[in-house]
Design a protein around this ligand. Structure first.
Ligand SMILES: N[C@@H](CCC(=O)N[C@@H](CS)C(=O)NCC(=O)O)C(=O)O
Length: 216
């Protein structure tokens, strides 16, 4: 297998997941700033034109980090990060989808239409007039989750999962570009500190982070 990686948060989710599994894969670093992932040869195999991509040994390309994590979970079942039973897997996917829909997708849209607008305007339809609205949605999603977390250190009570990784890499990235967690969402702050303390959090940072200060 070969991971098409980059200094970006979604690829970091795959790196953090692999570190939690104790698995090391070959990887190829993509020049996303230079648009390597938008060239015809890449888009022909991944029509989304984005990273991460996992190339399987039979040549199949898998995109979408949620799908990549599910595939890796089945290849490397231990430790469980999605689920060992149908019910556990369904619960993990439910939370994964909630986190994406309410928090991380609005966050990335706000980033693409806001601070990263100049890079993205030649790559996708951009809606700069909606950047603030997506940021508002992200903060609303965080308040909603804060009210549900209780004193749990994991999104699914009692077990660390892919949903924690998906949320953590997005919020760590956001914080590093100045989009800080609001002080009143104290449960999220506690959850964030617990997740940041896992060895996989620091170990999954791309080497470029040291130069740029951006956490991806
Ligand atoms: N839904 C995709 C999103 C992937 C994504 O947003 N990738 C970003 C980096 S985090 C990217 O490739 N950006 C560069 C581009 O779109 O050209 C996933 O979950 O993997």
């Amino acid at each position: 297998m070969l991971l098409y990686d980059a200094a970006r948060p979604n690829p970091r989710a795959v790196r953090m997941f692999l570190l939690e599994k104790g698995v090391s894969l070959s990887s190829r670093d993509m020049d996303v700033d230079g648009g390597e992932n938008r060239r015809a040869n890449f888009v022909a195999r991944n029509p989304g034109g984005q990273v991460p991509v996992l190339e399987l040994d039979n040549g199949t390309w898998l995109a979408e980090s949620g799908a990549i994590l599910q595939y890796l979970e089945e290849q490397y079942p231990e430790p469980v990060l999605i689920g060992a039973t149908a019910e556990e897997r369904a619960i993990a996917r439910m939370w994964q989808r909630r986190i994406e829909r309410r928090i991380t997708e609005p966050l990335y849209a706000a980033f693409h239409y806001g601070p990263a607008l100049e890079m993205y305007r030649s790559r996708m339809v951009v809606l700069p007039e909606c950047a603030d609205a997506f940021k508002t949605l992200m903060y609303d999603g965080l308040s909603w989750l804060d009210g549900l977390l209780g004193d749990s250190e994991t999104i699914i009570p009692g077990r660390f999962s892919a949903a924690d990784i998906t949320l953590f890499v997005a919020l760590d990235f956001a914080d590093s570009i100045g989009w800080h967690l609001e002080p009143e969402i104290t449960q999220i702050h506690r959850w964030f500190a617990a997740t940041a303390a896992r060895p996989s959090a620091a170990a999954s940072l791309h080497q470029k982070s040291a130069q740029t200060g951006v956490h991806y």
